[in-house]
Design a protein around this ligand. Structure first.
Ligand SMILES: Cc1cc2nc3c(=O)[nH]c(=O)nc-3n(C[C@H](O)[C@H](O)[C@H](O)COP(=O)(O)O)c2cc1C
Length: 386
């Protein structure tokens, strides 16, 4: 009996785990509304239907503030802080004088913190509204867009989708920005059948965008996945190279059966010596054939070779370099020499000059009794790229 019970519990655990995992993989859409009399909520329900139609996306309706209307009483109130947790947000409110409602406006005014943290950037958004006569409905939808655009959300319009299927014998709330409902027009139930259809279609298409972007965003904002930081870097890396008059040499060709670099996962491994124009720059042993100053110059040449190979590894886009992980400097020195760190600083400084904080790395230096082709220096480098 005990055995049967244990097996049953085991099976239940597997089923439960699979269920939880399946739940975790679903794209989550928030339908965030303000509604005084339920018109916006009626459209919201159609949006949810559309969002969930594929079975792969889940939607939840939440209010921006509590409503006394009995139709809305059971709905949860959203917090500002939870917004970045969703893969997409469909915003709905009544039209107030060609604008979003004050309830929605007050809620959005509380999102300044999210704004300064770029927390909503890259999250798709779509909008829908309940109007009275429909006066200023496009203006109102547009005013929603103003705020959401400032947040950097990806705005998903409706265009003319579904317009060929709606009943044109009565006025409808179709617009190119989002669905509306003309709630105060007499002699028809609102939202009309066509308005409900448009809202469902809007939800369906929004779900496609939201789930499509999840693959790219992987639950993170654009800022978190580094797109915006990359753009900053793009300017700074290029600017730094130009400002410092740093010109990368041609990629030195391998002198044996090996590659100029190897990529393993996101790490790139590079080893270079002081080759310049096909010859070793100032070859020899420090203290015997070459001076410290000459070895420092050779170190700069070697590091530029490393960067040139790295540039090749990232397809000419050094902005793809996430960080310099480790540099190892090997110097051709006499046994008693001990100022390897001074020599290697030339290479380390170059990495930081080009990549800023991302150029800071772990480091090792040591002396060798000889180096290939009598180079005074060899640098081994590891970079992380995207
Ligand atoms: C302050 C205020 C301003 C309004 N301005 C407009 C307007 O400019 N255009 C319009 O069509 N309806 C306007 N309405 C009507 C509402 O948009 C309409 O009643 C809507 O259906 C309410 O949505 P709800 O049922 O979700 O509360 C206004 C209503 C209020 C209270």
């Amino acid at each position: 009996m005990k055995k049967i019970y244990a097996s049953f519990m085991g099976v239940m655990l597997v089923v439960l785990t699979s269920f939880v995992m399946a739940q975790e993989h679903k794209t989550q859409v928030l339908v965030l509304i303000h509604s005084d009399h339920g018109g916006t909520y009626e459209l919201a329900k159609e949006i949810v239907k559309g969002v969930e139609r594929s079975g792969k996306v889940q939607a939840v309706v939440k209010l921006v503030k509590k409503s006394p209307d009995p139709k809305l009483i059971g709905l949860a109130v959203a917090t500002v802080e939870e917004l970045p947790n969703y893969d997409g947000i469909a915003f709905g409110s009544p039209v107030y004088f060609g604008n979003i409602s004050t309830g929605m406006s007050e809620f959005l005014a509380k999102t300044v913190d999210l704004w300064s943290k770029h927390a909503l950037e890259g999250i798709p958004a779509t909008v829908f509204m309940s109007a009275g006569s429909g006066a200023g409905k496009e203006l109102a939808l547009q005013s929603f867009w103003n705020t959401l655009a400032v947040h950097g959300m990806i705005l998903v319009p409706t265009g003319i989708q579904g317009n060929d299927k709606i009943d044109k014998s009565i006025p409808q709330g179709n617009t190119v920005l989002g669905t509306t409902s003309l709630a105060s027009l007499p002699n028809t139930q609102r939202p009309s059948k066509s308005e409900r259809y448009l809202a469902e279609l809007q939800g369906m298409n929004f779900a496609k965008v939201a789930s499509g972007l999840v693959g790219i965003r992987n639950g993170k904002t654009l800022n978190e996945i580094g797109k915006i930081t990359d753009l900053d870097n793009e300017q700074s890396v290029n600017n730094r190279l130009k400002e410092k008059h740093i010109v990368l040499p041609k990629v030195p060709q391998p002198a044996g059966n090996y590659q100029p670099y190897v990529r393993a996962g996101n790490l790139v491994f590079i080893n270079q010596v002081a080759l310049k124009d096909g010859k070793i720059f100032k070859p020899g042993k420090l203290g015997m054939e070459v001076s410290e100053q000459e070895v420092k110059e050779a170190t700069e040449i070697t590091m530029l070779n490393v960067l040139s190979v790295l540039n090749d590894a990232v397809g000419g886009d050094l902005n793809r370099v996430k960080r310099c992980v480790q540099l190892t400097g090997i110097f051709n020195t006499e046994d008693r020499y001990s100022k390897h760190a001074d020599l290697m600083n030339v290479a380390s400084n170059l990495a930081v000059t080009i990549f800023g904080d991302n150029g800071k790395h772990a480091r090792a230096t040591f002396g060798a009794s000889s180096l290939p082709i009598n180079s005074s220096v060899e640098i081994q480098a590891i970079f992380e790229i995207d």
